[in-house]
Write a protein of this length. Structure first.
Length: 332
C-alpha cells in the first residue's frame, strides 16, 4: 500500500491531498480572497497566505482521509512552474516533512499534474492522447505518450487563455478572477458581437489581439452610450467566451488531425468553463473522438493532481533530494 501526501502552492491556492493506492481520499483547498481587491494575484501576499494556510490545510487533508500522519509513505510537492515565493512555501514544507519523517520526497511539474488529473477517476484516457491545458498562466497543446513522457506541440505566443478571460473581465469592470464570472454571465447572453479570430500558423495560439479588440470595441461603444456595459454585459460575455472557445477548439481539432489521434482531453482552470466543456463534447461527437473532461474540482489548482502524479512517480521510485529548489519556469 502507498499513501502519498500531495502539496500544491504554485499560485494563490494552498492545497493538500491524500492519495492511497491511486485513489484520492481528501483534497483540501484554501482559497486566497485577499487578491480580489487588487484585480490580480499579488505575489508577496500570496506567499504569506500560503505560510498561514499550509499547516491547517495539511492537517485537514490527513483528518479527512482518516489516516495517521505516521502512515504517509511519501510527500509530493509542486516544484514549478509558478510564483517563486509561493512555490518556496510548499517546497520548504515538503522538504521538512520528508526529512522529519524520513520518507521520500517527490517533485511534481504543475503542468504535468494538470494533465495527470485525468488519472484520478474513470474513464481514463489511453496513451497516446492529446491534452489542451488551459490555465491562468499557460495555454498548451500536449501530446501525452505516457505518464511522464509529454511533448509540447503548441502553445500561446502571448497571453494565456485564462489571462484572456481575466483581462477581459477587467475591461468589463468585473472582479478578479474573471473566468468563472464571465462563464456565469455568458449563460444568460447571446453571442451577437463579433470579435476577430487571430490567424496564427500551426498549433500555436494568440490572445493579445483579442484583448485589444475588446478594449477598443468597449471604449467606442461607451462613447456612444455610457450605459453600454451595464445594458449588454451578458451578450458581451457570451461573445468573448464563444471566441476564446472557438480559438481553442480549432487548434485542438487541427492537432488531433495532424497526429491522427482520437483520444482528446482538456485540463487546467479554464477547462472548468461550461462553454468549453459543452463545445468539446459537441466537437467530439462530430469527430468521433473520446473526450475526457476532469471533474470541476480537479480542473482549477488542487493537490489531488499533485498527489496522483506523485503516486505514479512513487511507483517508478523517482525521488528528489533535499537540495532541490523550486523553479518559476519549468518546461513540461
Ligand atoms: O489552473 P488554474 O486554477 O491556475 C493556474 O495554474 O493558472 O487556472 C486559473 C485560471 C484563471 O485565469 C481563471 O479565470 C480561469 O482559470 N478559470 C475559468 C473558469 N474557472 C477558472 N475561466 C473560464 N471559465 C471558468 N469557469
Ligand atoms: Zn494550474
Amino acid at each position: 500500500m502507498a499513501i502519498i501526501l500531495g502539496i500544491e502552492s504554485s499560485c494563490d491556492e494552498t492545497s493538500a491531498a491524500i492519495c492511497i493506492d491511486g485513489q484520492i481520499h481528501s483534497n483540501i483547498i484554501a482559497n486566497q480572497t485577499i487578491h480580489e481587491k487588487f484585480g490580480g494575484v499579488v505575489p508577496e501576499l500570496a506567499s504569506r497566505a500560503h505560510q498561514q494556510h499550509i499547516i491547517p490545510t495539511v492537517n485537514e487533508a490527513i483528518r479527512e482521509a482518516k489516516i495517521h500522519k505516521n502512515a504517509i509513505d511519501a510527500i509530493a510537492f509542486t516544484r514549478g512552474p509558478g510564483l517563486l515565493g509561493s512555490l518556496l512555501v510548499g517546497t520548504s514544507f515538503a522538504k521538512a516533512f520528508a526529512m522529519a519523517r524520513k520518507i521520500p520526497l517527490i517533485e511534481v511539474n504543475h503542468m504535468q499534474a494538470h494533465i495527470l488529473a485525468h488519472f484520478i477517476e474513470d474513464p481514463k484516457p489511453a496513451f497516446p492522447f492529446i491534452c489542451l491545458t488551459v490555465s491562468g498562466g499557460h495555454t498548451q497543446l500536449v501530446l501525452v505518450n505516457d505518464y511522464f513522457d509529454m511533448e509540447l506541440i503548441g502553445q500561446t505566443i502571448d497571453d494565456a487563455a485564462g489571462e484572456a478571460f481575466d483581462k477581459t473581465a477587467k475591461i468589463l469592470n468585473l472582479p478578479y478572477p474573471g473566468g468563472p464570472l464571465i462563464d456565469k454571465l455568458a449563460k444568460e447572453g447571446v453571442p451577437r458581437f463579433q470579435f476577430p479570430e487571430p490567424q496564427i500558423k500551426g498549433l500555436d495560439f494568440s490572445f493579445s489581439g483579442l484583448k485589444t479588440a475588446i478594449l477598443y470595441f468597449v471604449q467606442q461603444q461607451i462613447a456612444q452610450n455610457p450605459n453600454f456595459l451595464q445594458d449588454n454585459i451578458h451578450d458581451i460575455c457570451a461573445s468573448v467566451q464563444e471566441r476564446i472557445i472557438s480559438i481553442l477548439l480549432k487548434k485542438l481539432r487541427r492537432a488531433a488531425e495532424h497526429y491522427h489521434i482520437n483520444q482528446v482531453a482538456i485540463a487546467g482552470g479554464v477547462s472548468a468553463n461550461s462553454g468549453l466543456r459543452e463545445g468539446l463534447d459537441k466537437l467530439a461527437k462530430e469527430e468521433h473522438w473520446d473526450a475526457f473532461i476532469p471533474r470541476f474540482e480537479y480542473c482549477t489548482d488542487n493537490a489531488a493532481m499533485i498527489a496522483i502524479a506523485g503516486y505514479y512517480k512513487y511507483l517508478y521510485n523517482d525521488f528528489a533530494t533535499q537540495d532541490i529548489a523550486p523553479l518559476a519556469r519549468w518546461a513540461i
